[in-house]
Design a protein around this ligand. Structure first.
Ligand code: CAA
Length: 697
């Protein structure tokens, strides 16, 4: 028995116009069933003389938001044939109008570019974001877009991957008409008005204007800054240049080959992994989708320091009024001054008007009285890391906050269960761990404590989305996910230096992997005194002798990091780290005093030891249920710690290396593999397998 081919395209008639409506919710991705449906519709249009034009439109909330990324790893014969569809549209004998609302992205815009005309409603977004997935427009986009909007604009769109709005698309003739009112009615009217046009305009027959050798030199030079170490952006520039030099067919053929190369690259696998991981992170197993949420109409923040001020900005940016509390007028004035200055700097760069600055500042109410938080729907405590202080604050909040208000702590390490125990409503308490600078970094660790209610958790997740953060749910433990892993990584880095590596070598190993900062640059930036005080305190509590590591000695020499212009590195210009002779001297004294023999630590060893220390701790965290998925850990490292997205995060990186070899390397370098990691390696599995099996239950 042969089954009918899947058809996801509805056909309807509007007089002499055939309307093809793509129905593949939620985003009308160009998946199996879409090309079949479009071809069936075009067959009808071809065969019927009474049909004089075709309109292609998306059902639901959007036009086609791209090729179906889930089909990228299918064998070619099972993949939806986007190229075959655009080829047919390009040569079609009757006018075809793409009617765009929502988003026309990637393969969706390429489909539209192959149509005779494009119309869109205001606010629709058009773009070629393939670069963000480590690929390139593979259905003619690199050849057609430069022919429509000129080489410079096409390069800008394809290299950044950022979409433009229909209003701008109209100005640069990417669309032929901006439709006012109902899209389908407007598109059908447009089609009717063009049924007699001969010959039909075809993008593939136009020339790509505005290319010059200097433009391509500049474009390639720019990639070093924006896309260092990445494959697909360079290929995009090469193809845009071809669009100016060779006939369409030749450029199109080259695009097909380079698309496959990019798609099969480890970088594209990493970026696609992160695309789905980011969306997966928003899902909490066992949490009912209809869990009631608290409506957040106002926020209170305790502490107007760097974190408190940064957190406040997130709320102000989306129009949520904030009351911010400090203990002294001076601290309050300083905090508000920093928030204002940040906004004014943005305004100076032209990304905000002075009016926007005043509007945001107008939503911020400073106060010295905690009682002023009595009406806030959510209160976030952002004072320094001290359990006694936090418990005292939460005790007071319990008496002040209105019933149902969410009480959140921005702690980065402390036990949220203990903090919650200071209140009589632990179900209302949650951890919201923002990353510094809190107005910039996209990650938000959402700490679910033992008694946090489902409603508070669901509200936390929804709030993250509203303030444009990527929320990832984590459990309670020292440092949660991100900082717990980074502590292990820091320990390994320190140990490597004891063995003979120079701090700059350890940092260089991580730069080579694509991280903007290595472990020691990061420590200098965060302030070495923080870790120093924690180590001293822990030793005291445990009744151990005063710690005397090389890093402790650096702090004791008065070098606390970037803020004192001297730490592990020197900072002659205040920002850029320069290897310090004093650190070399201190290290050689330290090693000889401790009887350590120095050996050379190669870059390969350094990269493996540092990265795998993250992976190993990550595996332990997974086993303990502190993170829900390995892919959540990847999201945390990409958005909170600058792990390159094109490597997919540390857990995906380990999967790509093969867990057997990760275990072997850990053992070789004296680290004990976590039981879960060892188990997966022995079974020939990956962290992705673990995630899949866990999702199946
Ligand atoms: N393929 C497969 N699934 C997709 C998809 C795509 N292109 N785009 C979105 N989805 C899925 C998401 O994974 C998500 O699935 P779940 O609900 O199961 O998690 C669902 O659609 C909804 O997506 P979002 O949660 O992201 O919804 P949103 O409203 O916040 O954003 C969007 C919508 C702007 C379209 C966003 O999803 C997006 O940016 N998608 C990717 C667009 C893209 O990169 N297109 C280019 C693809 S590559 C290509 O086209 C190659 C080529 O040239 C041949």
């Amino acid at each position: 028995m042969t089954s009918e081919p899947k058809n996801l395209v509805d056909q309807s008639r509007e007089g002499e116009v055939l309307v093809l409506t793509i129905q593949n919710p939620p985003v009308n991705a160009f998946g199996v069933g879409v090309p079949e449906g479009l071809h069936a519709g075009l067959d009808v249009a071809e065969a019927d003389d009474t049909i004089r034009a075709v309109v292609i439109i998306g059902g639901g909330r959007t036009f086609v938001a791209g090729a179906d990324i889930r089909t990228f790893d299918l064998p070619r014969e099972q993949s939806p044939d986007l190229r075959g569809t655009v080829d047919r549209l390009d040569q079609f004998s009757k006018p075809v109008v793409a009617a765009i609302h929502g988003t026309a992205l990637g393969g969706g815009l390429e489909l539209a570019l192959a149509c005779t005309y494009r119309v869109a409603v205001a606010g629709a977004q058009l773009g070629l974001p393939e670069v963000k997935l480590g690929v390139l427009p593979g259905a003619g986009g690199t050849q057609r877009l430069p022919r429509v909007v000129g080489v410079q604009k096409a390069l800008e769109m394809m290299v950044s991957g950022n979409p433009i709005r229909a209003e701008e698309a109209d100005q640069i003739s990417l669309i032929d008409e901006l439709i006012d009112g109902d899209l389908l009615t407007g598109a059908v009217a447009f089609a009717r008005a063009h049924v007699d046009v001969t010959p039909l305009p075809r993008v593939s027959e136009k020339a790509a204007e505005g290319g010059s050798p200097e433009l391509f030199v500049a474009a390639r030079a720019g990639l070093g800054k924006t896309h260092k170490g990445q494959l697909s952006p360079g290929l995009i520039v090469d193809l845009a240049e071809m669009a100016t030099q060779v006939p369409f067919a030749e450029g199109y053929a080259a695009e097909g080959q380079l698309f496959m190369r990019a798609k099969d690259s480890v970088q594209s696998r990493g970026l696609r992994h992160i695309f789905f991981a980011e969306r997966e992170a928003g899902k909490i197993p066992g949490l009912d989708k209809n869990t009631p949420q608290t409506e957040i109409k106002s926020a209170g923040i305790i502490g107007a320091g760097t974190m408190g001020g940064g957190i406040a900005m997130n709320f102000l940016n989306v129009g949520i009024p904030v009351t911010i509390v400090e203990t002294t007028q001076e601290a309050l004035d300083r905090g508000l001054g920093v928030v204002r200055k940040n906004y004014e700097n943005t305004a100076k760069k032209g990304r905000m008007t002075q009016g926007d600055v005043e509007k945001r500042m107008g939503l911020l109410t400073p106060t010295l009285k905690m009682e002023d938080l009595k009406d806030a729907d959510i209160i976030i405590e952002a004072v320094f890391e001290n359990m006694d202080v936090k418990k005292e604050i939460f005790g007071k909040l319990d008496a002040i906050a209105k019933p149902g208000a969410i009480l959140a702590s921005n702690t980065s390490t402390l036990d949220v269960n203990e903090i919650a125990s200071a209140t009589k409503r632990p179900e209302s308490v949650i951890g919201l761990h923002f990353f510094s600078p809190a107005n910039v970094m996209r990650l938000l660790e959402i700490v679910r404590a033992e008694k946090t209610s489902d409603s508070v958790l669901a509200t936390g997740m929804a709030l993250a989305k509203r303030i444009k953060k990527i929320g990832v749910v984590v459990g309670v433990c020292d440092g949660f996910v991100g900082n717990r892993m980074v502590h292990r990584y820091g320990d390994e880095a320190r140990k490597m230096v004891e063995e003979g590596a120079r701090p700059q070598d350890a940092d260089a190993a991580m730069h080579k992997l694509g991280l903007p900062m290595g472990p020691f640059e990061m420590s200098d930036m965060a302030g070495l005194d923080v870790g120093y005080l924690i180590r001293q305190h822990q030793a005291k509590v445990a009744g151990q002798p005063k710690p005397d590591g090389w890093l402790d000695r650096i702090v004791e020499a008065g070098r606390k990091g970037q803020k004192t212009q001297a730490g592990i590195y020197d900072y002659p210009d205040g920002r850029k780290p320069v290897p310090a002779a004093s650190t070399d001297e201190l290290l050689s004294t330290f090693r000889s005093e401790k009887g350590l023999t120095s050996r050379e630590v190669g870059q390969d060893e350094a990269t493996k030891r540092l990265t795998y220390s993250l992976v190993n701790e990550g595996a332990q965290i997974l086993d303990e249920g502190i993170a829900q998925r390995a892919s959540d850990i990847d999201v945390i490292y990409v958005y909170g710690y600058g792990f390159p997205a094109y490597r997919g995060g540390p857990m995906k990186y380990a999967d790509e290396q093969g867990l057997k070899s990760v275990v072997a390397d850990l053992e070789q370098y004296g680290q004990t593999p976590a039981p879960l990691l060892k188990r997966l390696a022995d079974d020939g599995k990956t962290f992705a397998d673990w995630d899949r099996e866990k999702a199946r239950g």
